[in-house]
Design a protein around this ligand. Sequence first.
Ligand code: CA
Length: 705
Amino acid sequence: MITKLRKTLCALSILSLITANPSLAVNEQDIINADKTPGVWLSHGRTYDEKRFSPLEQIHSDNVDDLGLTWQYATGNTRGMEATPIVADGVMYITTAWSRVAALDAKTGKSIWTFDPMVAGKKGRDACCDVVNRGLAIWGDTVFLGALDGRLIALNKHDGKVIWSQQTTDPKKPYTITGAPRVVKGKVIIGNGGAEFGVRGYFSAYHVLTGELAWRFYTVPTQLQEVNEGEHLSKARDSWSPQSLWNTGLGGTVWDSFAYDPSLNLLYVGVGNASQYNRKQRSPGGGDNLFVASILAVNPDTGKLVWHYQTTPAESWDYTATQHMILADINIMGQERKVLMQAPKNGFFYVIDRATGELISAKNYVPVNWASHIDVESGRPVETGIGDWSNTQRMISPAIIGGHNWHPMSYSDSTGLVYIPTIHTTYPYKPNSQYQYDPKGFNTGEDFAGLAASSPDIVPGFCSPTRLTAWDPVEQKQAWQVKFSRGVSAGILSTAGGLVFQGTTDGALHAYNDNDGDLLWSQNVNVGIMAPPISYAVDGEQYIAVLAGLGGSQGGHGDELENANSGHVFAFKLNGNLTPPNIASRDTLVKVQATALDEESYSRGRSLYAVHCLRCHGFAAKSSGLYPDLRHSEQGVHNIWKEIVIDGVFADKGMASFKDSLNSDDVNDIHGYVIQQAISSDALTHRLLKRVVSQVCIPAEWLAD
Ligand code: CA
């Protein structure tokens, strides 16, 4: 009772501040002082420290039972939704698949304006992991969008009209933008992705008002020693072999995370994996390959490197350090430390002194077998050798999707815990000994054809592939954990109301007790959720909101969806009583009638499928349903198969032409293989197989102690 009274009083005092945001045009001080106006959400991680912790506590553990849906907005598209909304002055700004933008009344969900940058559908071929977008930045009267095709676009926040637009990447190369910009000291910071295809990573700063380039920071060197692109690259060049595969661009893309400490004047940047993956082929003879898989601290005024910490030297497994970084001041061994925390894909949770880059501690937060531990003295992982790419495929943990991917975590100022959406899987890395750079294709150096031939039906994983893990960063140990049987991870919000919010693959939003992980509240919305929830307030009422819609790197594979994927924004408040949408079941699966292929065409089709089609349409031609399940294509699709793959007649839908990579015979064999897969696994057997696959567990002996 006393707790309840205290919470009500606190809520009242905070709510009196909610509508007191004095400035309609957002500036840096508004973001720095965001805790004084907790009803707004002005930057990707709410504040520059990216804690994703809301000080609002009108909704708390004692009344969360009364939380209910109050408005919903259908985005009108069916691909992955990963964005964090921005909320300012009662308006919510969101991005959806294909880099589309909408401004909504944050109280009612009514559309104010929408903007479609009209990204060409064929650009979808350059996206490793769906045509997603993670959100906007806001500054002054402008919102900033990074579009999939590499444009950075400034929009008038009142009407969605374009103020300026800059092409930030070479449109001839397979760069994409899926990450949210940040605005720091009057500059828009934006990175890009594409390391799987082979590009050179960098991030840039543009002036907010003019769109003029202020500076650009390349994360990896080129072979050309005479080109001066900053001192940091002279140092980096020594960490690469002179025989490196320079034409792949080397990777090191900056596709997601940034954080900023105004008092230290440091911009923190998460750098992605190397291109291609296998270091023995990529940089023969060794070297750490700076600055792949690193955290960088950069002066935002000049774009000059201040310090770096490489999480995975000579990264070889797609172990990006682009994962969400959180800045907090925490007490470690009696000392107040300014730390940066990250749970990158490599499976270790890092606590780093953010002023100096010194490693304070690191501990694995998921099962890991590529390294035994991180040596704190040197700051380097101690590799076990299990991850040393050999010609025999090995099961390596974490998997290629990482122990934690893009899904944001959250740090609670109340509990001091970090809530991490963790992924517990393993992956059979297999090198392609015949690898050659392909300017039009995937350049990870993996032998997809060999993998498809040796394990055609198994998608390996742990029994419980995704979890919500509450992590104590001081003790470096798990505080509590919730296990899910289904496979797509989802971002986190924690609040001063003692709650942790997370969505689920099967279409619900959950609220947990932040101290012990007790499930306190759940509501079905009938659309799978991966995006992180946010909290804001309008007219004295607190809201929880989240985008729904599966997709991304995990969404196309794995569990088959029951329902169609229908992009939505859902907003909840106390005593909300709206009924969630009724989402239709997926279309009835179509069965094909055809004769079996000869063995040679079948295995040729299987190899070509694995190299060119698998990453979207799924292992063994089994899609989760987000991308068309080719086995169940309508007859009309079979009739124009060649026109689709060669001539690109579905390019507007995201299916680009592959005529630069496949000829008519290739397409015939792929078609035959898909038909064969359809014959050998009709809808019933597929569902049975799904159950079997979900029971394939990774034996403990595959993992190091
Ligand atoms: Ca990657």
